[in-house]
Design a protein around this ligand. Structure first.
Ligand SMILES: [Zn+2]
Length: 1052
């Protein structure tokens, strides 16, 4: 929907290599397969002539017509071919002769034999006749019987007078000829998959030879219900503690018990030691901090006071200085600059080493009472600068008695439209300022008129692509997914406009007709994976409120339909193509549940796995990037058609998340990963996260652009999106949990202005069907002094940008290179800073750093030890690494910082003390992340925003364990899920959990219990995440600080 600038010429398209550059086709039907452009149907005056498509069984246009999908009243007339008998359907929908046993009858009553609506004139029933079930009984009911069908059910309107957008005319040529004739690939049941064959396949075929040995069980076997701990904990057992958990100098064995009153580091101490440089002017004291490191570099014992090292124990505290200078700026929830001081020259910018740029979270949630105001200019139209298209904002100025306004970004003097005119007072303030949120608020939302649409606003659309192979069923995933979707039906955004559809797959692809006239849906199986086509294209995506009964019936029966499924295969790629065909008329959210490595058809993935031999070589990064271009191409196609893909992956075995995640990366989506999913353990997490994904407010078919003042320009963007032109981000779906980073460069050698303005504009369709533009505006001063840049630094934004750059680096370099990149950035920044002050103040032997960046070394260390970057082969399972990379690329600042430096809280006092109330428990009272913080008599919570770990000290009061665990006290902690018990202690703990979870609901923190000394769980869940401790090859905080110091001093 590239009309964020409706009155301007189109943005230049990117070169031909980009997905959006397909040449405009004036004759989509002729030049490219009749795939799925909305034009194909919306503008077709008549059905395709038989000469045009002499052999196509479905002429894609009319059958996939957008008119059926939700923009109004039923069409008054439909082309005749809608009821044209379909030659291939006659045979392909024919009654199967074998194999129906694959789908044991779900508990659905049947009332009628089923017919394909379009095949009804000549075709036999779609769903097979009575079939013998596995259990031996004979059923006269098929899986899904349709009701008698009216000839045509329409949920939509006749073709609208839609403006064509480039997307809808750019139908890429398809080499697959999806609608080619003479196939018999629609089979209610594949004859190949009778129970005997299915079973034989299921047991005799190891899908991925060679990989089984590395796994607890081979893929062809039924996974044990409760696999051993390692796979439960993420599918990877940390390497048996060779030494790291025992032999370290400070080790993992906590020291002698200490009382709470002597917790190793008090915050007062930290601040005391961290702040006051001994010889500095008053001004300098405010500017920087220093730490004495001893006179001999490297002799860190002699001088470094470990306790004095700075720690972000209060979490993320966004810098206030910019907001104080420019109170009209949008909130830092939305936009954070790495430094609020914009360098006035190239030479100054070149001395800034921490990335000049911003992190933007365009839909960040506003606290109650501070919601983004909505402005409707009505017939006046949105007030924008004639030249640079900036939206009117608090920084524009009014002159000429209110008749003109000056653009703050390009300085052009614009006319004020008559309807928008207001007098100005002596100070140039409009007299109506109080009624103009767009002139007083940094964030505002405009209702966009029709010029901002290339088609009617799309309805919210959710399409589910669900793996139903054996592991999906046996792990319990299928059941949890079906129940969760069902429980969300009332809360999906969009009210009566919402569209929904489902597709399941194993070695074949199963479509579901959800037509509103059906009480129960109708299943159709396509088994020809090489040449996918979509049966019943009109009825696979339906209006939820109209088809609610059929949708609920489907979700209720889904788990039982496949409960005996022994199929181990995954035709994921073909299913993905089918989903694309179904969705491409409207776009929407594609929610994928994938349990195994895609093994059949296009997009099948090789078990390339994690090859230890590649680590440390220049081929190492190839493990972390997709091997098959299919996924990136699909993602490009998705984005083009406004489809955002969210990938939920569940396998504990290698699933090539690197490839699957590409779908989310380029479509503005998200990857969720539940390695070795078992519903008994992971159900709550999946349920909560899927619920949030489905019910959070979503912006549809969006594009985002960040404008900025003359002389500066955003040149690179980092996160999950597709770039449509040089600075336009295509985001098929956005929500409050997504953030994007961008780097800024100076275009001129010298900036002459005093202030640089930024404006983020997100053009989107709201779930209620309005086209809207959310606009955030901010200002920052231009500075001529490096010290000022440091003073206005925002560590959170710096870390967010650096982490994205480093993760991207792992896709083309070794992990070590990415870690070195971070270290080098910090060293260069601190060296530059030192050069500013050290010589004149003779601070030899001290590490000096800007107060504003005092936490950077620790966050930098945490980053090098984060899942995407840490160690090597043995330090993180490859899929886990890739998933973490995709996830971190999208995290807002606060969430990212918490993941890097999680909170560690002591809770035993609160639990034991009967007068302590859980409500008063301060979850922000964090402890340093080192094993020295752990008292063997204590009980602690570790919370990184993604999981909670409860650590029980060896000498902790048994009453606590008894109170919290009851009869599970002696059980294997890996198998317990903590639930509330009927006692005060348990209620308190649950209350604390609730507080933690509510403080950030974007992910659900599953709770893991760990006993002190219980290996390898303790190491995996807690000790390896105590980022200040030295583990394996990774530095501890003190050591890291010394390394930085030494490097800063070199060539200083
Ligand atoms: Zn302008």
């Amino acid at each position: 929907m590239g009309t964020e600038n409706p009155n301007r010429p189109n943005y230049p398209l990117r070169p031909a290599s980009t997905p959006f550059s397909a040449p405009q086709s004036t004759t989509p039907f002729l030049s490219s397969g009749p795939v799925l452009g909305s034009e194909a149907s919306a503008f077709r005056p008549a059905p395709p002539s038989s000469s045009q498509f002499p052999t196509l069984p479905f002429s894609a246009g009319p059958l996939v017509g957008s008119e059926s999908l939700g923009f109004g009243p039923p069409p008054s007339a439909r082309p005749n071919e809608l009821v044209r008998p379909h030659p291939s359907l006659q045979s392909s929908y024919g009654p199967p002769t074998t194999g129906f046993q694959r789908f044991p009858a779900p508990p659905l009553p049947s009332t009628d034999h089923t017919q394909h609506p379009r095949a009804s004139l000549s075709g036999p029933p779609v769903v097979p006749p009575p079939t013998r079930l596995q259990g031996g009984s004979v059923s006269s009911e098929a899986s899904f019987f349709s009701q008698p069908q009216p000839p045509s059910i329409s949920m939509g309107s006749p073709p609208q007078n839609i403006k064509t957008g480039q997307f809808y005319s750019n139908i890429p040529p398809s080499t697959d000829q999806p609608f080619s004739p003479s196939r018999q690939n629609v089979l209610p049941i594949s004859p190949m998959m009778g129970p005997s064959q299915a079973t034989a396949r299921g047991t005799s075929q190891s899908a991925f030879p060679g990989y089984a040995s590395a796994q607890p069980y081979s893929s062809a076997q039924v996974p044990p219900v409760r696999p051993p701990f390692p796979s439960q904990a993420g599918g990877y057992a940390p390497p048996p503690p060779p030494a790291p958990f025992v032999a370290q100098p400070r080790g993992y064995m906590p020291g002698p018990p200490v009382t709470t009153s002597s917790v190793p580091y008090s915050r007062d101490q930290v601040q005391l030691h961290g702040m006051a440089p001994p010889i500095a002017s008053q001004g300098l004291v405010e500017d920087f901090s220093s730490l004495s490191l001893g006179s001999v570099p490297g002799s860190f014992d002699s001088g470094l006071d470990v306790k004095a090292l700075p720690r972000p124990l209060d979490g993320d505290v966004a810098s206030k200085s910019l907001a104080e200078m420019y109170p009209l700026n949008c909130d830092s929830r939305v936009l954070r600059l790495t430094t609020g001081g914009i360098p006035n020259s190239q030479s100054l910018a070149s001395r800034w080493h921490l990335g000049l740029g911003a992190v933007v979270c365009p839909l960040a949630e506003s606290p109650i009472g501070d919601e983004v105001p909505i402005v409707n200019f009505g017939t006046t139209g949105i007030i924008r600068c004639r030249r640079c298209r900036t939206y009117v904002n608090p920084y524009v100025t009014f002159t000429d008695h209110g008749r003109k306004w000056r653009c703050n970004i390009c300085s052009l003097l614009n006319d004020v439209p008559g309807e928008y005119f207001a007098h100005v007072d002596a100070n140039g303030r409009r007299v109506d300022l109080d009624q103009r949120p767009e002139l007083t608020k940094g964030s505002v939302e405009f209702i966009a008129p029709v010029e901002y649409m290339v088609r009617p606003p799309m309805p919210p659309l959710y399409f589910f692509l669900i793996d139903v192979s054996i592991s999906a069923v046996q792990s319990g995933m299928l059941e949890v997914v079906a129940q969760t979707i069902k429980s969300c039906l009332d809360n999906l955004p969009g009210s009566t406009r919402t569209q929904i559809g489902f597709l399941t797959y194993d070695s074949t692809i199963h479509f579901y007709n959800m037509k509103s006239s059906l009480v129960q849906p109708q299943m159709m199986v396509v088994s020809d994976l090489d040449d996918i086509f979509v049966p019943l294209p009109d009825d696979l995506l339906v209006n939820l409120s109209e088809s609610r009964i059929a949708v609920e019936a489907f979700l209720e029966s889904l788990p039982s339909m496949f409960q005996e499924n022994m199929n181990v295969e995954s035709a994921f790629g073909p299913a993905l193509k089918a989903a694309f065909m179904v969705m491409s008329q409207l776009g929407g959210k594609l929610i994928i549940f994938q349990n195994t490595l895609p093994s059949l058809g296009v997009g099948r993935l090789r078990l390339r796995g994690d090859d230890i031999r590649l680590y440390g070589t220049d081929k190492e990064h190839t493990l972390r990037v997709p091997e098959d271009p299919f996924y990136k191409q699909m993602a490009a196609d998705f984005t083009k058609y406004q489809i955002a893909a969210n990938v939920y992956a569940f396998s504990g075995k290698y699933t090539d998340i690197a490839s699957l995640g590409t779908l989310a990366k380029y479509t503005g989506g998200q990857v969720y990963y539940y390695p070795s999913f078992l519903s008994v353990i992971h159900e709550d997490k999946l349920r909560h996260e899927l619920t949030r994904d489905l019910t959070r407010e979503t912006a549809w078919e969006s594009v985002m652009r960040i404008r900025c003042g003359k002389g500066v320009r955003f040149t690179s963007f980092h996160g999950n999106f597709m770039l449509r032109s040089t600075d336009l981000l295509a985001l098929p779906a956005v929500d409050c949990d997504k953030a994007y980073a961008a780097q800024l460069s100076l275009e001129e050698t010298l900036l002459t202005t005093q202030t640089v303005y930024f404006q983020v504009a997100l053009l989107y369709t709201s779930s209620s069907g309005e086209r809207r533009i959310r606009v955030h505006t901010a200002a920052a001063p231009v500075v001529a002094d490096l010290g000022e840049m440091y003073r206005l630094t925002d560590t959170g934004a710096v870390v967010s940008l650096l982490s994205r750059l480093a993760i991207e680096k792992t896709l083309s370099n070794k992990l070590e290179d990415a870690r070195n990149f971070i270290q080098l950035k910090i060293v260069k920044a601190f060296r530059e800073y030192r050069n500013l002050y050290a010589v004149q103040h003779r601070l030899v032997g001290r590490m000096i750093y800007p107060e504003s960046l005092k936490f950077l070394p620790l966050y930098g260390l945490a980053l090098t030890r984060s899942t995407p970057l840490r160690g090597g082969y043995a330090d993180a399972q490859l899929d886990e690494r890739c998933e973490a990379g995709y996830t971190m690329m999208a995290l807002p600042v606060k969430k990212l910082l918490k993941l890097l430096y999680p909170s560690l809280l002591r809770i035993d006092d609160c639990l034991v003390n009967s007068s302590a109330r859980a409500d008063d428990f301060d979850i922000s009272k964090r402890l340093p992340l080192t094993s020295e913080s752990l008292d063997t008599r204590g009980v602690y919570i570790f919370d990184d925003g993604f999981r909670l770990v409860i650590w029980f000290g060896r000498s902790a009061s048994p009453d606590i364990a008894r109170g919290l665990l009851g009869e599970d006290l002696g059980a294997d902690f890996s198998k317990i899920s903590l639930s509330q018990r009927d006692n005060e202690m348990s209620r308190k703990l649950m209350k604390i959990f609730q507080k933690s979870r509510e403080s950030d609901p974007s992910y659900y923190q599953l709770c893991h219990l760990v006993r002190q000394g219980e290996q390898p769980r303790e190491g995996y869940f807690l000790l390896s995440n105590l980022v200040e401790d030295q583990t394996g090859g990774a530095s501890g905080y003190a050591d890291w600080f010394m390394q930085l110091h030494r490097q800063v001093q070199q060539n200083a």
